[in-house]
Design a protein around this ligand. Structure first.
Ligand SMILES: N[C@@H](CCC(=O)N[C@@H](CS)C(=O)NCC(=O)O)C(=O)O
Length: 250
């Protein structure tokens, strides 16, 4: 179910301490390589924040593909690291996650996940090439981007207001109807489960998903949570997010 990366097994992940030095270095390297036309493969760099559901999705995609040649760099949104010039040069939208692969920078967790499968997947199981299967996965990814993830946007209020909580429930209502099979886009686990799973497990912290009302979502989230991928990569970040939410609402 989880394919191996093509080149990942060779190296161990590196976690760098110096955020500024590394972002600056990456931006300089990108600039130099673009100018000089050098375009050889470098280790991947993923800018992330564990509490961020989209960042966790990108991390899970890399892990599902067994990509080990990847450097993880924390971007502290609360301290405004994402607004520094060094970061906005890579990603003008200043969101996490952002992936840098050689002279190529890409952001948005869905774009990152599908890119990683296309570029590094041993097969296409996580993002099927067959047009109808792919269209269904894409639909779920767009649902995550357009409905599910934005439903938790709180506009900076101290507490989650009623109107926003209703948006989350509306998103659950759709999701419940999509989940007629084991996984969100059918019988197979795909990047759609990774992205929607990261988001939904986080929304569950804000509006708990009642099994009686949403049996399909509950069963699917349980299936996701049983995977090592989710246990090791999603759960710790989701706990961190839970702490942040308590601070926000409390
Ligand atoms: N659709 C984007 C959403 C990314 C996003 O909004 N990330 C938040 C953290 S959860 C962020 O970086 N916010 C900072 C900002 O927008 O400036 C994705 O899937 O990557």
């Amino acid at each position: 179910m989880v394919p191996s990366g093509r080149r990942g097994a060779l190296h161990q992940p590196i976690v760098r301490k110096s955020f500024y030095a590394t972002v600056e270095r990456t931006a300089k390297e990108l600039f130099f390589r673009c100018k000089s036309g050098i375009n050889h493969k470098m280790p991947l760099t993923l800018y992330k924040l564990d509490a961020s559901p989209p960042a966790r999705a990108a991390m899970m995609a890399a892990k599902a593909l067994n990509i080990k040649d990847i450097e993880y760099i924390d971007i502290n949104l609360l301290e405004g690291h994402h607004l520094k010039d060094e970061y906005t040069k890579l990603n003008p939208q200043h969101t996490v996650p952002t992936l840098v692969d050689g002279d190529f920078a890409i952001w948005d967790s869905h774009a990152i996940a599908t890119y990683l499968v296309s570029e590094y997947g041993a097969d296409d199981s996580l993002y099927p090439a067959e047009p109808k299967s792919r269209a269904l996965v894409d639909q779920r990814l767009h649902f995550d981007s357009g409905i599910l993830f934005p439903s938790c946007a709180h506009g900076g209020e101290k507490a989650f207001i009623e109107e926003n909580l209703k948006k989350i429930e509306k998103a659950y209502d759709f999701l419940e109807k999509f989940l007629t099979q084991n996984w969100i886009a059918g019988d197979n686990f795909t990047v759609a489960d990774i992205c929607c799973g990261a988001t939904t497990s986080s929304l569950d912290l804000i509006v708990p998903i009642a099994e009686s009302k949403y049996p399909n979502i509950t069963a699917w989230l349980k299936r996701c949570a049983e995977l090592d991928l989710f246990k090791e990569t999603n759960e710790p970040g989701n706990k961190a997010l839970g702490g942040l939410i308590k601070t926000k609402v409390g």
